[in-house]
Write a protein that binds this ligand. Structure first.
Ligand code: AGP
Length: 607
């Protein structure tokens, strides 16, 4: 997830772009850059790290350009570096891009054969050269031809010396809005970037290509035919704008999950041959049949993702899996060797305990894969291979979209292992991949229940304790639900395997204890249903999360939240989203700092 801004008008383009990028820094902050059309020539300024570095670089420069494009980056292809920072240029034109070009290797090979040279590791530079190779004086048609050959997602803004009076922007599966001013036009990947200049916006749709001129705009489809898009008036205040209209980053990130999952799986599966592929897997591919066991190590929410992955990998690849908390793993007498596949799960890639565990595993000869959201982070650099989760930056300290994208990455990884090791047939893999594609819609349906979950949050916000119960893949969700509530509402909550309740926690149950029971349709449904009965007999207040249409628990439970029907393995997605929304509302209703809860940090770099 990166941030894009474009401007054409009479104002100082560098000021408009820098102001816009500051509002978009939450979308990415590993490097930033702008391109200006200065006296007919494109001038590009870029720098690594936060926007402040670019601002300092520009402080002693005097640009008078009134046309330009800008970008703040969250790396997907190529580490954060000067060369990989946007804009990317091809003689006489330059572009900024948000998204992932899936067929960039094939396009790069073709462009190299045509004589283009590459200075970055990005997929974006391929698009710059492709536009150039299609350019015959008409920039818009060059962009149109280019996007017809691109597979993947893009928000694009293109600037050319040959066409100084226009900026071309294009969108597919990556947000892009047009801001309409008086004698000036804006482009942005998100409204806040230019909200101080205009309130009139058009939300571009997939396949739209727009020519922005100082005095107006023209939108066509990918086939060149004109299209009409509604102009909307946005009346957000500045605080609402920063969070795209949501009250908190955490809420925004909960709502981003359908899109984040699409970004995570993009380009990693093929329905034609029912296969999963990961880039950068050479070191693993050659030895994948040799592993005798998998050891997963992580902390907190990432550890919960690991506990779910154990079910997936053992089922699909038939390899024993151990899941450990990184701070515990470090101080044991480890039995690890070159037949061990070590998997580190971490959204930040900087967690000190996980990093140390990874180093120890390497010393013992294990091959290391990390599942990580931050390209170029310490853990990703020290791993043999990385599965990037492509969730975009997560600002809220409580992890939401980082977690669900970890879980779906691990689900695909388990299919990959099963296929490579010959324990999973193509038919089976195809069936599971088909189920994965249902997830965005399933999560959307859970999000539609926000108001129902809010009612429950209002009813239970003053409870002093909570119990979360689940079994099988939903046992880690019980842990995650309890952790989320603790983290942001400071209410004591315990997560337990439902079958373990009778061995101790049952003593806690009385008429004042709310119990979240995760009981979707599954192979253990009857077992969990019996646990519901046991809890109800002790007067506990039961909030059950069940599959829609399930009548079995309706008479017994105090409250029911229905989730869409999905296979058991993937039921963790709707169940966890219910618990995220509940925790969010409880903390918000209690007036707490949802995004920055006390005593917690987003990245724990100390032991
Ligand atoms: C999640 O909500 C927490 N903030 C925390 O448990 C987190 O998952 C843990 O610190 C691990 O972080 P990592 O994924 O960046 O390694």
């Amino acid at each position: 997830m990166c941030g894009i801004v474009g401007y054409i008008g009479d104002k100082s383009a560098s000021s408009v772009l820098m102001e816009g990028l500051a509002k978009l820094e939450y979308r990415g902050y590993d490097s930033a850059g702008i391109a200006l059309l200065e006296s007919g020539k494109i001038e590009v300024e870029r720098s690594v790290g936060k926007l402040i570095n670019l601002r300092e670089k520009l402080s002693d420069k005097k640009y008078s350009a009134n046309v330009g494009i800008g970008h703040t980056r969250w790396a997907t292809h190529g580490k954060p570096s000067f060369d990989n920072a946007h804009p990317h240029s091809s003689e006489g034109l330059t572009i900024v891009h948000n998204g992932i070009i899936e067929n960039y290797i094939e396009l790069k090979t073709m462009l190299k054969e045509k004589g283009f040279t590459f200075v970055s590791e990005t997929d974006t530079e391929v698009v710059a050269h492709l536009i150039k190779s299609n350019f015959d004086g008409d920039l818009k048609s060059a962009v149109q031809k280019t996007v017809q050959h691109v597979i993947g997602s893009y928000g694009l803004a293109v600037l050319s010396e040959a066409n100084p009076n226009e900026i071309i922007i294009a969108r597919k599966d990556s947000p892009l809005v047009i801001g309409i001013g008086e004698g000036e036009m804006f482009a942005a990947s998100d409204i806040p970037a230019v909200l101080s200049h205009t309130r009139k916006f058009i939300f571009m749709e997939d396949g739209d290509i727009t020519v922005l001129r100082k005095d107006g705009y023209t939108i066509t489809g990918i086939d060149g035919q004109p299209v009409d898009r509604e102009v909307k008036l946005i009346d957000w205040n500045p605080v609402m704008a920063e969070k795209a209209g949501y009250s908190h980053f955490m809420q925004k990130e909960i709502y981003e999950q359908p899109r984040a999952i699409i970004d995570t799986i993009r380009g990693r599966y093929s329905l034609e041959d029912s296969r999963v592929n990961f880039a950068d897997f050479e070191k693993i591919q050659s030895v994948v049949k040799d592993f005798s066991r998998v050891v997963i190590v992580a902390c907190g929410t990432s550890w919960h993702a690991g506990l779910i992955a154990k079910f997936y990998i053992e089922k699909f690849a038939k390899i024993p899996v151990e899941v450990d908390i990184a701070s515990e793993f470090r101080y044991r007498n480890l039995v690890i060797d070159e037949k061990t596949l070590f998997v580190a799960i971490t959204q930040s890639g900087e967690t000190a305990d996980t990093l140390s565990a990874l180093r120890i595993a390497k010393e013992h000869g294990a091959k290391v894969i990390s599942v990580c959201n931050v390209v170029g982070s310490s853990i990703s650099r020290e791993s043999d291979s990385v599965i990037y989760t492509h969730a975009g930056p997560e600002i809220g300290v409580a992890s939401t979209k980082a977690f669900t994208t970890q879980v779906i990455s691990l689900f695909l990884f388990a299919i990959y292992l099963g296929q490579e090791r010959g324990t999973m047939s193509s038919d089976e893999a195809g069936r599971y991949l088909g189920e994965v594609l249902k997830l965005p819609e399933v999560i959307e349906k859970v999000l539609e229940q926000d108001d129902n979950i809010l009612k429950l949050a209002k009813q239970f916000k003053d409870a002093s304790d909570f119990l979360y119960l689940g079994r099988n893949v939903n046992y880690p969700i019980a842990l995650e639900g309890a952790l989320k509530l603790k983290e942001i509402s400071y209410i004591h909550a315990e997560g337990y395997p439902a079958g373990e309740m009778k061995h101790g926690p049952i003593a806690l149950i009385d008429k004042d204890l709310p119990i979240f029971i995760l009981c979707p349709k599954s192979s253990v449904y009857e077992k969990v249903a019996s646990n519901v009965e046991e809890a109800k007999t002790r007067d506990g207040i039961i909030i059950a999360v069940v599959t829609e249409g399930d009548e079995g628990l309706k008479g017994i439970c105090d409250h029911i939240i229905e989730i869409p029907d999905i296979i058991e393995e993937l039921s963790v997605f709707p169940t966890v989203v219910v618990t995220q929304i509940f925790s969010y509302h409880v903390a918000h209703l209690l007036g707490l700092d949802v995004d920055q809860p006390r005593n917690l940090a987003k990245s724990v770099t100390v032991e």
